[in-house]
Every structure is written in C-alpha cells, then in structure tokens.
Write a protein that binds this ligand. Sequence first.
Ligand code: MG
Ligand code: MG
Length: 267
Amino acid sequence: MIKIKSKEEIELMRESALMVSKTLGILAKEVKPGVTTLYLDKLAEEFIRDNGGIPGFLGLYGFPNTLCMSPNAQVVHGIPNNKPLENGDIISIDCGVLKNGFYGDHAYTFEVGEVSAEIKKLLTITKESLYVGIREFRTGNRVEDVGWAIQNHVEKHGYGVVRELVGHGLGKKMHEDPQMPNYGKRGRGKMFLNGMVVAIEPMINMGTHKIDQLRDGWTILTKDRKPSAHFEHDVAMINGKPELLSTFQYIYDALGIVSDEEKEFRI
Ligand code: MG
Ligand code: MG
C-alpha cells in the first residue's frame, strides 16, 4: 500500500534526506586514491550519530555497515573493506539515515583521481537519466513512466538497465510501495499522487544489464565485470510536481563543481 505523507511528514523527511546529503558532502572531500571504504564508512557513521541520526542501513536486513560501497563493476550493496581505492576507480556510495522516525536514502558515484573518458560518460548519462526520470514523477503519470524515461535515455548509449534492483517508496520504512523500476512501458503501473515520496535510483551498467551476486550474500556486480553507476535522489510530489528532498549540492561544494541541475525541482 502506498503511504501518502502530510506536509509536516515531508518536512521531517527533508531533514533525513539532507543529513544523507551532508554525509555525502563530507565523504566527497575524502574520496581519493589510497583511502579505504571502511575508513569512509566510519566517518559517515560518526557524522550521522553526532548529528542525532541513526545509520539507516546498519543492521537493515542484516547489512553490516553504514554505507553501501560499490566500486567499479559492483552495482550496489558492496560491503566496506580495507582495500585502498585506486586512481581511475569509481565508487558508488549509498547512504541511509533514520531521523525523527523517517528514512533518507541517497547515492552518488564518485570518481577516484582521474577516470577515463568512457567512464566519465557513463557517470554523466546515468546522472542525466536520474533527472529524466524525476521529471516524469508528476500527477497524471504512472510508475512505469519514470522507468521508461530512464531506460530510453541510457539504452541510446548502449548501456544496460539493471532489472533486479529498483527504486522505491520511502517513509517510516526504507522500502515502501511502490517499487520504482528503472525500465518500463509508458502509462503503466500505479498512478502518482500528491504526498508520495519515492527514491528514484537508476543503476546503469556500461555493458550488459545482467548481474551476479558475490557469495557474501550482498554485493551485486555486473555479469561482464564492466563498470556500473548509481545515482539516487529522494523526491516528494507537491502540487503535482516533483520536489527534491535530497541534494548533491554539498558534494558539488566540496568538489568545486558548479551546477544548476536541481533548480527545476525546487519550489
Ligand atoms: Mg540508496
Ligand atoms: Mg534506495
């Protein structure tokens, strides 16, 4: 069942989402060759707890850490470890926070040092597809309109859309209805309504859409071991239109990136 949120609940959710955004902003300064994902995980946990939040992934379904850390061919749900990041890597960092009884859930794929032009393009197109999808989250549209738009945008470049993992409704639970696939057909699925809050999160592979899972029971990686990118925003529907609750601005401030990509999704 889809849970519609009140204005007050959406404001609480904005706080949770912004705590994730700030956490990712702190990590943005630290992502570089030689740094381990476990170190970044500890930094994130400390920041969240110091600010009155609870790490949203830690213990969720039994996940062992604060961050999902998925480098290179890993799609999502990678477990932080002591292996240093290397120049040319990418690292998808997914972070959840529970605050005031509501979850925030938000992800960004970072470049480590200098990455290839081919990988830069994967990141650009995947992030574009996130906004292309968010644009479809408005009254009159249905769940698969978002997925259709994302799929249409990335497949033109020969990329693969992961099927087995999807975006989702967000609220007092990390994963609420509806499921939000990153593929689909125009005009299909549940109708969008004011007060819905969803996490839209394209997981896009440079090659095949097919995936494997490591024997750790968590890590999802591409079947062909080509790189994969993941960007995620929390979005509320207000007055029939999508409004971002999360922001990449803290990341951009840390990295000196100038962007107005989020402007159209702010009231
Ligand atoms: Mg996430
Ligand atoms: Mg999510």
